[in-house]
Write a protein that binds this ligand. Structure first.
Ligand SMILES: *Cc1c(COP(=O)(O)O)cnc(C)c1O
Length: 489
């Protein structure tokens, strides 16, 4: 026997299962304490330089005990969280997560099924969650869908199907050179940047994205769209896809969906809806009408980690024509053959509906969350977010030192502090400083944007922990900080 063969076999499981059990329980306890006490905590704190240095250390050659690793997590990582679990987090558009969603993720990770192919429970849970997504969105049961990492992936997945389904050109086989001209995609100037990135990646290029102007409510201007379409057709271009946004990232504006649907039919365009943020706004009866037409879209992208409050990451693409969807992605190499029986039997492989092959069991956190709360509760929560945004807007309008900078739409409120006679530059400096102090003092986390040249505070509420009083506190603190900044000169 050679020396080598005498080395005892090893594995990565704990040496002491009971110690790991204790540590695991501690982790759960710490999370429960964290969530239960989050309202009393500062929303954000700066990361000290000594802590940042920890993340510059080179790869460890040797391991340490699980207890020691967890101690480092608690010292260096846990306290410096982003804050979107906190009731006053309103930056960008970021969901809160829920305890049950988190435990769903833990269980999914513990089972660790690669949820792409094969006969096992995760495949059925995934299929059921996609079916529930269709039901939430009033899509037909024959439609297809796939869970992906988020809105960006959901959008590029849909746009790939739109591109491959164009005409008789067999673009999937032959590439874009098969088309008799330049394909064009239409959206508004307020459309999320992932649409442009997707157009670049699927070979259309930035110039193929026609960004149409918006009205004073930041909604796509239909007259400009028609004029652009006519001009492009005259010039020999090939318009193929129209993207409507159901809730823009800046202001929550909803493009005129019924009119976009009509135009897409009249011009033979694929109608895609980016509903990453706002599609679930359908569950609020106040917005159901404005969002109705998304049920008739050819494809729809929406996030579950924003307005379903499920922990990161999960989004969904729905495609009305399941055959076009499958025809865009299905390939069956020899190592992925399906059988009628056994482990390789079961449902159609999920990678026939998207680019990714290996996939986690992200469906479980959604499945457990939806079972825990039911559709009605989500409708009430989304409606509550919208109501709180309207309440904030009302508080702003009542105060002579505050102004709304965009019309209220769904759960995004844009406003700023004003002073009589001040120029834009001074107002920008004032509001920027208010924003930074709100964050640095750990009070609340709105973000900022610029609307029609006005620097503005932006409060996007997809937060399941926010209460009415948080909006009152926010307004109070903006005014307090603003006054003290002015007093400092
Ligand atoms: C958030 C968002 C996206 C991007 O979604 P991710 O989940 O962040 O990838 C796209 N479009 C809109 C309108 C969004 O709000």
């Amino acid at each position: 026997m050679s020396q080598k063969e005498n080395i005892p076999d090893q594995n990565l499981d704990p040496k002491d299962w009971e110690a790991m059990r204790t540590l695991g329980h501690q982790m759960v306890d710490d999370l429960i304490d964290y969530w239960a006490g989050i309202r009393e905590q500062k929303i954000w704190r700066p990361i000290p330089d000594e802590v940042k240095q920890v993340f510059d250390q080179p790869i460890p050659e040797h391991g340490q005990s699980p207890e020691e690793v967890y101690r480092e997590f608690k010292e260096y990582i846990f306290p410096y969280n982003k804050g979107n679990v906190h009731p006053r987090f309103f930056a960008w558009i970021q969901g809160t997560g829920t305890p049950m969603g988190t435990f769903g993720d833990l269980l999914a990770s513990g089972m660790n099924p690669n949820t792409a192919i094969g006969e096992h429970s995760a495949m059925y849970v995934d299929r059921q969650v996609v079916n529930w997504c269709k039901q939430l969105m009033n899509f037909p049961s024959e439609a297809s869908g796939i869970l992906v990492s988020g809105g960006s992936m959901a959008n590029i997945t849909a746009l790939t199907v739109a591109r491959n389904s164009f005409g008789e050109e067999k673009i999937r086989q032959k590439g874009l050179k098969a088309a008799s001209g330049q394909l064009l995609i239409y959206c508004s100037v307020e459309t999320h940047s992932c649409i442009q990135k997707a157009a670049e990646i699927i070979g259309l290029g930035t110039d193929a994205v026609r960004k149409i102007g918006v009205n004073e409510r930041f909604e796509l201007d239909v007259d400009q769209l028609k004029t652009q379409l006519e001009a492009d057709l005259q010039a020999g271009f090939l318009p193929f896809c129209l993207v409507g946004t159901a809730g823009t990232v800046n202001t929550g504006a909803i493009d005129p969906m019924e009119e976009l649907l009509e135009i897409s039919r009249a011009y033979g365009l694929w109608f895609h809806v980016d509903g990453a943020y706002g599609a679930l706004g359908k569950l609020d009866s106040n917005y159901a009408g404005a969002l109705r037409a998304i049920e008739e879209a050819d494809s729809l992208a929406f996030d579950l980690h924003k307005w379903l409050y499920v922990p990161y990451e999960v989004g969904c693409t729905l495609i009305r024509d399941a055959k076009k969807h499958r025809d865009s992605f299905a390939i069956t190499p020899n190592y992925l053959l399906q059988e009628k029986r056994g482990l390789s039997g079961g449902l159609d492989s999920i990678n026939n509906y998207g680019f990714e092959l290996s996939r986690g069991f992200k469906a479980l956190k959604v499945w457990m969350s939806i079972k825990e709360h039911g559709r009605e509760k989500y409708a009430a929560m989304i409606t509550q977010n919208n109501r709180h945004a309207a309440y904030l807007a009302a508080l702003v309008e009542q105060n002579p030192y505050l102004e709304l900078t965009a019309p209220l739409s769904m759960s995004i409120t844009c406003f700023r502090m004003i002073q009589p006679g001040w120029e834009e530059e001074a107002l920008q400096a004032l509001n920027k400083e208010i924003l930074l102090r709100l964050q640095e003092e750990g009070i609340a986390s709105p973000s900022s944007t610029i609307l029609n040249g006005k620097y503005t505070l932006r409060v996007a509420n997809v937060n399941q922990r926010t209460q009415r009083e948080d909006m009152e506190l926010l307004v109070r603190e903006v005014l307090r900080l603003g006054k003290s900044i002015i007093a400092e000169g």
